[in-house]
Design a protein around this ligand. Structure first.
Ligand code: ADP
Ligand SMILES: Cc1ncc(COP(=O)(O)OP(=O)(O)O)c(N)n1
Length: 262
């Protein structure tokens, strides 16, 4: 069985973070493991508290994982401060971790900050260089490229600009542009578009976490990145389309639509 590790924050309401990642991994038929960077008190209406793990404890979790069950791929989500990022980079380099997917989570869709401003520089300079692919949404891509993204042409310009920051690839998610849900992968100097109709579902909590975990699973199976992204995109569209109406705000996805085996 393939093994995939998520390094991310916990969402007690189960829609995003570690919980979304592990559900995605189980639905893909891989063995999921987690190193928790922070506990959040959140639900479908917002994030009400964040309790960061001490960096050395994040390191201890990574030692326990890599010294026992080596992951085939790693997804990194919420990393709220520079010290946590530094320890993750050091450990992943020491253990020569492969197939690293970085979702540069900065702000939850509800508006709450999940990364300190000061950590963005460390993310850019230290974490992005070890990623096979990074998966910013539109506001995160704007933060990395420094200009406003309002169209698919802007997405391409931003992807080329961000690609200069890292040796790996960039997937800009278009979920925050209004008319469709088209994502752009910029990989080895080539643009790959993934077109999908917008699903009329207000319950989108955890879409970014789910997509990045699904990409990590597909990379663990050995699919080349453009194909892995295509398969992950089908998964996210399916989980959104299957619908689930839980909570008073933007509810979680339905991961039960596709319990599948590879
Ligand atoms: N209403 C929607 N219909 C279809 N796909 C969507 C919808 N909203 C988001 N997506 C897709 O979900 C994935 C996550 O995108 P996005 O919501 O932009 O990221 P984040 O959750 O990080 O803000 C992308 O593949 C995006 O295209
Ligand atoms: C613990 C935790 N990690 C990440 C997020 C953000 O989730 P994401 O899927 O990127 O987007 P939204 O759910 O905010 O739309 C989170 N909320 N909590």
């Amino acid at each position: 069985m393939k093994k995939v590790l998520t390094i991310a924050g916990s969402d007690c309401s189960g829609g995003a973070g570690i919980q979304a990642d592990l559900k995605t991994m189980t639905a893909h038929g891989v063995y999921g493991m987690s190193a928790i960077t922070a506990l959040t008190a959140q639900n479908t209406t917002g994030v009400y508290g964040v309790f960061e793990a001490p960096p050395e404890f994040v390191g201890q979790q990574l030692d326990c994982i890599f010294q026992d069950i080596r992951p085939d791929a790693v997804k990194i989500g919420m990393v709220s401060n520079a010290s946590i990022i530094e320890v993750i980079v050091r450990k992943l380099r020491d253990y020569r971790a492969e197939r690293i997917v970085v979702d540069p989570v900065m702000v939850a869709t509800s508006g709450s900050r999940l990364m300190a401003d000061a950590a963005v520089t460390t993310l850019r300079d230290r974490l992005l260089p070890i990623a096979a692919v990074i998966t910013p949404n539109i506001p995160e891509a704007e933060c990395l490229c420094g200009f406003v993204i309002e169209s698919t042409d802007d997405m391409l310009r931003a992807a080329k600009n961000i690609a200069r920051l890292l040796p790996g690839a960039v997937l800009i998610k278009g979920g925050h542009l209004t008319d469709a849900a088209d994502d752009l992968l910029y990989c080895d100097g080539q643009a790959h578009w993934y077109h999908a109709p917008r699903v009329e579902n207000p319950n989108t909590h955890g879409t970014g976490c789910t997509l990045s975990s699904a990409i990590a699973c597909e990379l663990a199976f050995g699919h080349p990145l453009p194909e892995a992204v295509g398969r992950a995109k089908e998964y996210i569209t399916g989980a959104l389309s299957a619908g689930l109406d839980l909570g008073k705000g933007s509810g979680p996805l339905n991961h039960c639509f596709a319990i599948r085996e590879e």
